[in-house]
Design a protein around this ligand. Structure first.
Ligand SMILES: NC(=O)c1ccc[n+]([C@@H]2O[C@H](COP(=O)([O-])OP(=O)(O)OC[C@H]3O[C@@H](n4cnc5c(N)ncnc54)[C@H](OP(=O)(O)O)[C@@H]3O)[C@@H](O)[C@H]2O)c1
Length: 334
């Protein structure tokens, strides 16, 4: 044994509806010795993502269920602190499937080395990581915005939405964000540079959308589904594109989210496409490189909400699901 103690958080039971702190089990186990071909990562940062709630359900979704009593899956960023692997050396900075724990042992399949001279390590969990690449894919490959078009992005202040909105602005579009509350809306306009922001908690979504998008909507990056999607659908222009990225308004329990009216699909000849970013790993290197460059050039700004210490991870996930985060939700582990 290495003499190190690994603290971990496992899934104790499958929640019904809202999740609670006691759905998780905290434990401490020794870090075992490395086998040939393995390396040890000290996880510095843990990414908290809405899909984690999906995996807490029994039913298979686009990702398999999180097994009970096993370390919660999740992406981490950290440092290689010992190595028996020919391609990973002590001191390497890495991002990968480290899970909700302080240390991870890997044989090279779960982690990639990252370069932190232009962006900080934890950016590879947010703006230059899976959320940023999700925005990049939905905008560049599904919505394909053209200069002068009107694009709407929901959860616009969040990890994915903040990148989707800024990439749409860079394409020369009028971009309208949708976010929860006046403080998030202020951030979306003043800091992210979008043209307008609608507060979905203020009610009158149809009236607010009609005022902000008087000429209709050409592209919608949908992070939330539900009533917001229905309201945007009613204002879509002919040949509009909808990138269906997330359905967080349903809470990601097992209740399906209905779509109120599908007639617009035909009458407006819409393209509506769901996508999961893990299906497009071949595009990740190019997407990541472009996002890193945009951040380094200060053409892409981002915010982080940071919870301190592994024990804060369950509450951080609860907070994301109720919208308490601004930008990327992270947990600082060490
Ligand atoms: N398809 C993919 O491959 C993929 C990959 C990554 C993420 N996603 C999805 O993308 C979406 C955003 O993920 P993220 O990591 O960037 O999270 P995030 O936007 O940083 O955080 C989630 C946000 O969702 C909003 N929200 C929560 N409950 C809501 C409700 N009832 N109605 C409307 N909005 C609600 C909240 O923002 P407000 O306070 O502004 O409402 C909250 O801050 C999620 O649906 C996620 O599952 C999909």
């Amino acid at each position: 044994m290495t003499g190190r103690t690994n603290r971990q958080i496992a899934l104790a039971r499958r929640p019904l509806g809202d999740i609670a702190a006691d759905d998780f089990r905290h434990r401490a186990v020794p870090v075992r010795d490395l086998q040939p071909g393995e390396f040890l990562v000290q996880n510095r940062w843990l990414s908290i993502d809405p899909y984690m709630r999906v995996r807490m359900n029994e039913a298979r979704s686009y990702a398999p269920p999180q097994p009970l009593d096993q370390v919660m899956g999740g992406t981490t960023a950290g440092d290689v602190i010992a190595s028996n692997h020919p391609c990973f050396a002590e001191g390497d900075r890495v991002v990968g499937l480290g899970g909700w724990q302080l240390y991870a042992i890997d044989s090279g399949a779960g982690f990639v080395r990252v370069e932190t001279s232009a962006v900080p390590l934890q950016a590879y969990l947010g703006v230059a990581g899976m959320p940023g690449m999700t925005a990049w894919y939905g905008i560049r490959h599904i919505i394909r915005p053209k200069s002068g078009e009107t694009i709407v992005v929901s959860a616009a202040s969040g990890a994915v939405g903040s990148v989707a909105g800024q990439l749409s602005k860079q394409a020369g579009c009028r971009v309208i964000g949708i976010a929860g509350g006046p403080e998030k809306c202020r951030h979306v306009v003043d800091d992210l540079g979008l043209d307008a922001c609608i507060d979905h908690k203020a009610g009158n979504l149809d009236i607010q959308l009609a005022a902000a998008a008087a000429d209709g909507i050409d592209g919608y990056f949908d992070n939330v589904g539900g009533a917001v999607l229905d309201a945007v659908m009613r204002r879509l222009n002919t040949f509009a594109r909808v990138a269906v990225c997330g359905q967080i308004s349903g809470g990601y329990d097992t209740t399906p989210l209905p779509l109120a009216d599908t007639s617009m699909l035909l009458t407006a000849r819409l393209v509506m496409q769901g996508f999961i970013i893990s299906d497009h790993r071949d595009l990740w290197p190019a997407a990541r490189a472009e996002l890193v460059r945009l951040v380094a050039e200060r053409r892409l700004v981002y915010r982080e909400t940071i919870a301190e210490g592994l024990d804060a991870a369950p509450t951080a996930l609860i907070n994301v699901l109720k919208g308490a985060n601004l930008g990327k939700q992270l947990v600082r582990l060490s």
